[in-house]
Design a protein around this ligand. Structure first.
Ligand code: TRP
Length: 445
């Protein structure tokens, strides 16, 4: 098995973490929950829960040195074979990838239209977006195929030549574009308004839903609960300081979310657009704003949407990798065969997701009152990922020899750090997620 270099690992894990979650979702969720107070709750969720599970996945991966299921078994007390069922989480990644690829397809559409046909009015922009996702099956199929093809092409080349390399190229480019956009937003009068929106706390909109949204966002943005961090960590050399790398990744991820928020809110406030525009924020509100800025607006639109593509592609490859490693290790097949199986699966599921949003097929593809796209989103983020996160924390807290993990920690950090982490993983994390889970499926409100 080839391995990441230390910096290659940090870039790849950061590439996984930084995605549509940071640039698309974080700003609109923050907007919906009123700004600063939500940001504080989110930061706490990252620090106490997200980072704790991130480190947990890193420990299991780095010491299990295999796919998700084998790593769980290897690390459990007396190598209990039953833990191989933890491997179910690699399929969660494939389901997420299915609809993530479709959303990346929408973005690709905006990359292509940023120089020609940006809408000038909110109504027109809304109608154009609606038409794209509900009518334009042909284009969507082409986009989804382009994205899926790129993902497959990259992962076929392996950890070092595929994943590490693409992150080595795209992550600095992404950083550069965001830096440029940030500088531009600094020149706008509305920048200070964006800062105060994001950093002054108005607690009136913080309710149970907001807390859960923050927690869910913390999981999603750090790529937890599908074995991504675990699988990447299995390709990290055994003596690398996993605490330091985990903190670095969480820091990069959080900084980029905040920067994306500042950029987007500056743009919105400059145009006097509402901050609580929901998921359509980057597809409807932003294009209208860009179109008002003439040629410069076209350049900014293109940079912005291509940045989303870069961020999304490095995340997408990280969603398929756990299943590849799983098939390779457990069924002893080649990377090419594993890629064929996983690639075909998510490609077809993606087509189902895509069709389920169209006018022509929405009736056939609606189950339990949700179309297939929403159902996949709901099942993964509200059911499968939280279950995997509980499993991971309970596993480390109760089914792995304490001394073994403690020794790993104290190679790099003082015992007190381990004690805090162990307390969080045994009690706080499982409890927080159970509450999240029960609330999401509607058992408690
Ligand atoms: N973290 C990515 C984002 O913010 C999405 C992502 C990548 C992900 N890999 C994942 C989410 C694994 C859940 C699980 O967009």
């Amino acid at each position: 098995m080839t391995r990441f270099s230390r910096i290659g690992f940090i870039l790849a894990a950061a590439g996984s973490a930084v995605g549509l979650g940071n640039i698309w979702k974080f700003p609109y969720v923050t907007g919906e929950y009123g700004g600063g107070a939500f940001v504080i709750v989110y930061l706490l969720a990252i620090l106490f829960i997200g980072l704790t599970i991130f480190i947990a996945e890193a420990v299991i991966g780095q010491n299990g040195q295999s796919d998700v299921s084998t790593s769980f078994v290897n690390l459990s007390k007396s190598k209990n074979k039953n833990w191989k069922f933890a491997g179910f989480m690699v399929f969660t990644g494939l389901i997420i990838l299915s609809f993530y690829s479709v959303v990346l397809g929408w973005i690709l559409n905006y990359v292509f239209t940023s120089f020609s046909a940006l809408p000038t009015e909110a109504k027109v922009a809304g109608a154009a977006f609606e038409k794209l996702i509900s009518n334009d099956i042909g284009s969507l199929l082409v986009y989804h195929t382009l994205i899926a093809g790129s993902v497959v092409y990259i992962v076929l080349k392996g950890i070092k030549e595929g994943i590490e390399k693409i992150n080595l190229i795209l992550m600095p480019l992404l950083g550069l574009i965001l830096f440029g956009l940030l500088i531009y937003s600094l020149t706008l009068d509305s920048f200070s308004q964006a800062v105060s929106f994001m950093f002054s706390a108005d607690w009136s909109k913080i309710n149970g839903d907001a807390l859960l949204a923050a927690l869910g966002q913390a999981f999603f943005t750090l790529s937890l609960g599908v074995g991504t961090i675990l699988t990447y960590s299995a390709s990290l050399s055994e003596n690398t300081n996993f605490i330091k790398t985990s903190i670095s990744v969480a820091l990069v991820d959080t900084s980029i979310a905040i920067i994306a928020g500042l950029i987007i809110f500056s743009f919105l406030f400059e145009a006097g657009a509402p901050s609580a525009a929901g998921p359509g924020l980057v597809f409807i509100s932003l294009p209208v704003i860009f179109s008002g800025w003439g040629v410069l607006g076209q350049v900014i639109a293109f940079s912005f949407f291509i940045a989303l593509i870069f961020a999304g592609i490095t995340s997408a490859v990280s969603m398929i990798e756990p299943s590849l490693r799983f098939f390779i290790e457990r069924f002893n097949i080649t990377r090419a065969k594993a890629t064929l199986i996983s690639g075909t699966t998510f490609y077809i599921l993606g087509i189902v997701a895509l069709l389920s949003m169209s006018k022509s097929f929405s009736t056939e593809l609606t189950f339990f009152g949700k179309n297939a796209f929403d159902l996949m989103d709901f099942m993964t983020s509200s059911v499968l990922m939280p279950i995997a996160a509980i499993l991971t924390s309970v596993f480390l807290g109760y089914f792995v020899d304490k001394q073994t993990i403690q020794d790993k920690f104290t190679q790099h950090v003082p015992l007190a750090v381990f004690n805090i982490w162990y307390f969080l993983i045994r009690y706080i994390v499982p409890l927080a997620i159970v509450v999240l889970l029960l609330n999401k499926v509607g058992i408690i409100k």
